[in-house]
Design a protein around this ligand. Structure first.
Ligand code: 6GU
Length: 267
């Protein structure tokens, strides 16, 4: 991936402060963890430094339940990994900048690779709760872009084929799917889920797509991993709730974390 001339003063500021607090001149790889993924972070490694997102300029304190708003600097296999425990969602109403500030800060801090994880509803026949799915591509249904002006960024192979291949070598049972990112915070109606299926969507969630676009535009290699925390509306006969999403995250966190650790080692 060719580094771009992209620069974002807010991200540069936050990256400078991060370097000051952690004493690490640069970080190599960032991992953004979604709802309920906190225990997965521990599997990646022990933090050398833990800070609050509020210690860094430009970060909104994440509001959603299950997000702690911590940032860890973790040494893994000779790499310096930036783990973000939580993210800002579009549905928090703070605008698009705080949603992408984390990945932009990571890239400004030196990260050439951005790993995005999330909790998602499964749409595809045969998908099971607790199943990890590699994101092969996305459909951005937020009607927003984190880019402004004449930033005509190519999104072919947005989700790195190289990293997806490495992940499948680590775990050959991993499936891939297309993730649709919606603004939320409500879940979809059963009719919307039927529509999304006809669009070729396998996974639905409320994050990731804007961060992936911002990370690519900043010149990073992007990897996306969804955990199916529930089946999408109308597919299970049960109503959806956020607690079930968090619970499924907790149940699968250690498996997810081990996979992320292995990927970070070889990425
Ligand atoms: Cl079913 N929909 C959306 N939009 N986000 C989710 C989800 C469903 N399940 C987990 N996150």
């Amino acid at each position: 991936m060719t580094p771009t001339t992209f620069s974002d003063p807010a991200a540069e500021n936050a990256a400078a402060r991060l370097a000051e607090i952690t004493g690490a001149a640069r970080h190599d790889l960032a991992v953004v963890l979604g709802s309920g993924w906190q225990p997965a972070a521990e599997e990646i490694g022990s933090p050398e430094t833990e800070l609050s997102m509020s210690d860094l300029p430009g970060f909104a304190e994440p509001g959603a339940v299950g997000h702690s708003g911590k940032v860890w600097s973790v040494p893994v296999a000779g790499k310096r990994v930036l783990v973000m425990l939580g993210r800002t969602h579009l549905y928090e109403g703070k605008g698009i900048e705080p949603v992408v500030h984390g990945v932009r800060t990571a890239v400004a801090a030196g990260c050439r690779t951005v790993v995005l994880t999330n909790a998602a509803g499964g749409l595809r026949e045969g998908m099971a709760v607790g199943q990890p799915v590699l994101i092969s591509d996305h459909i951005n249904l937020t009607a927003r872009s984190p880019l402004v002006g004449a930033t005509f960024v190519d999104l072919t192979d947005l989700y790195s084929p190289r990293l997806r291949k490495l992940a499948r070598e680590i775990d050959p049972s991993l499936q891939e799917g297309v993730y649709a990112g919606l603004p939320g915070p409500h879940f979809e109606t059963p009719a919307e889920i039927r529509m999304l299926r006809t669009f070729g969507v396998d996974l639905v969630g409320m994050s990731t797509v804007l961060e992936a676009i911002a990370a690519r535009a900043a010149g990073a290699e992007v990897f996306g991993l969804s955990l199916v925390t529930n089946l999408a509306a109308g597919l299970s006969g049960q109503p959806l709730n956020h607690e079930e999403v968090l619970e499924a995250g907790r149940a699968s966190a250690s498996r997810m974390g081990k996979l992320l650790r292995s990927l970070v080692e070889v990425a």
